[in-house]
Design a binder for this molecule. Structure first.
Ligand SMILES: Nc1ncnc2c1ncn2[C@@H]1O[C@H](COP(=O)(O)OP(=O)(O)OP(=O)(O)O)[C@@H](O)[C@H]1O
Ligand SMILES: [Mg+2]
Length: 330
C-alpha cells in the first residue's frame, strides 16, 4: 500500500488486568489505514476486534488499558491523549458506529436533536445551520421524510432507520476515519447490504476511511480494499482483498473461508474450524493457532511465528512462510 496513511496503528497491546491474571486481548496489532479506503478486520468471536477498535477510540475501560504501541491519526500521536483532547478527536476526526444503535442513542431525546448536538459540540455553527446539516445527512443516508424523523425518538424508528441515524451521526462531522463494529449484524440481509453499500458510497464521496469489523467474509469480499484476519489478539494474515481471497495462505484464514456467505445471505457466526479459541490466559507456547491447525508441525507448538511477507503487502503469521521478510518487530 503506497497511498497516504491516515491512521497508523503500530504494535498496539491492550491488556485486561483481572483477578485471574493479565489478559492480552490485543497483542501487538499493527494496522495501516490509507485515506479513503475500507479496511476489514475479521476473525472469530473473542479474537480482539472490538478491543482493538476501543483502544483506537480511547474507549477502553478498567480493567483494560493500552500497555504498548502507538496510534497516529494524520501525523498526530493520539495514544495517550487527555480526556478533553480525546473528546475533540472523537466524533470529529474519528468516529465509531456500534453494533446495537439502541444502546448508543439516548432514548429521551429526538434523534435529530442528538445529531445536531454532535455537530454543535465539535464545530462552530448556529443551531439553524446545524439542523439543516442534520436534515441533509438524513437525506444522504436514506432516511425518508427527514423533517418528520428529526423529531422522532429512537424507539419510534425501525432498527434499519436507527442504524442510518447512527451512520449519519458518525459521518456528519466528516471524520477522517470511521470505525464500524459489526454495524449491520442486527439487521436483516437486504437492509444490511443496502446500508453497507451506502456507507461505502458516502465515505468515498467524503474521503472518509473506514475500519469495518465483521464476522462475515462475504461482506469483506464485497466492501473492503484490504483485510486483516485476527486470532487470539494477533493479526494472522493481512493482504489486499483480492490477494487474500485468491492466494489465501494462513491455515486459519483458509478455515474461515470454507464457508463464505454472500452479502445478501444472512451470515451466521463462522464456526467452521474445529475446536475453540484458546483461553488468552493459557495460550499455547508456540503459534496461538497450533492446537486447531490441520497443517501444524512439531515446531509450531514451541516456536512463535512472526508476521512474514509472503508477497508484496501480504503478511502471514505462520512458520511455513518464515523465508519471507518479517513485517513486524517481533
Ligand atoms: N472486561 C474484560 N475483562 C477481561 N477480559 C476481557 C474483557 N473484555 C474483553 N476481554 C478479553 O478480550 C478478548 C477480546 O474481546 P473482543 O470483544 O475484542 O472480541 P471480538 O473479536 O470483538 O469478539 P466478537 O466477535 O464476539 O465481538 C476477549 O476474548 C476477552 O478475553
Ligand atoms: Mg466485538
Amino acid at each position: 500500500m503506497n497511498e497516504s496513511v491516515v491512521l497508523d496503528v503500530k504494535n498496539l497491546k491492550s491488556h485486561f488486568f483481572t483477578a485471574k491474571g493479565e489478559v492480552p486481548a490485543v497483542d501487538g496489532v499493527s494496522i495501516q489505514v490509507p485515506a479513503g479506503k475500507i479496511i476489514g478486520i475479521v476473525g472469530e468471536s473473542g479474537c480482539g476486534k472490538s478491543m482493538t477498535a476501543m483502544s483506537i477510540m480511547g474507549l477502553l475501560r478498567y480493567p483494560g488499558r493500552v500497555v504498548d504501541g502507538t496510534i497516529t491519526l494524520d501525523g498526530r500521536d493520539i495514544t495517550h491523549l487527555k480526556p478533553k483532547e480525546l473528546s475533540q478527536v472523537r466524533g470529529n476526526e474519528l468516529s465509531m458506529i456500534f453494533q446495537e444503535p439502541m444502546t448508543s442513542l439516548n432514548p429521551v431525546y429526538p434523534v435529530g436533536v442528538q445529531v445536531r448536538e454532535a455537530i454543535l459540540l465539535h464545530q462552530k455553527t448556529t443551531k439553524a445551520e446545524a439542523k439543516q446539516r442534520v436534515l441533509d445527512i438524513f437525506q444522504a443516508v436514506g432516511i425518508p421524510e427527514p423533517e418528520k424523523r428529526y423529531y422522532n425518538y429512537p424507539h419510534q424508528l425501525s432498527g434499519g432507520l436507527r442504524q442510518r441515524v447512527m451512520i449519519g451521526m458518525a459521518m456528519v462531522c466528516r471524520p477522517k476515519v470511521m470505525i464500524a463494529d459489526e454495524p449491520t449484524t442486527a439487521l436483516d440481509v437486504t437492509i444490511e447490504a443496502q446500508i453497507l453499500r451506502l456507507m461505502k458510497r458516502l465515505c468515498a464521496e467524503q474521503g472518509t476511511s473506514i475500519i469495518l469489523i465483521t464476522h462475515n467474509m462475504g461482506v469483506v469480499a464485497e466492501i473492503c480494499d484490504y483485510v486483516y484476519v485476527m486470532y487470539a489478539g494477533k493479526v494472522m494474515e493481512q493482504a489486499e482483498t483480492f490477494e487474500l481471497f485468491e492466494h489465501t495462505k494462513h491455515p486459519y484464514t483458509q478455515g474461515l473461508l470454507k464457508s463464505i456467505p454472500r452479502l445478501d445471505e444472512k451470515a451466521d457466526r463462522l464456526y467452521t474450524i474445529e475446536g475453540v479459541v484458546p483461553n488468552l490466559l493459557h495460550l499455547p507456547k508456540g503459534c496461538s493457532f497450533c492446537t486447531r491447525c490441520d497443517q501444524a508441525q512439531e515446531r509450531c507448538f514451541t516456536e512463535k511465528p512472526g508476521l512474514y511477507a509472503a508477497a508484496d503487502g501480504h503478511g502471514v503469521r505462520c512458520l511455513k512462510y518464515e523465508s519471507g521478510v518479517k513485517m513486524d518487530g517481533e
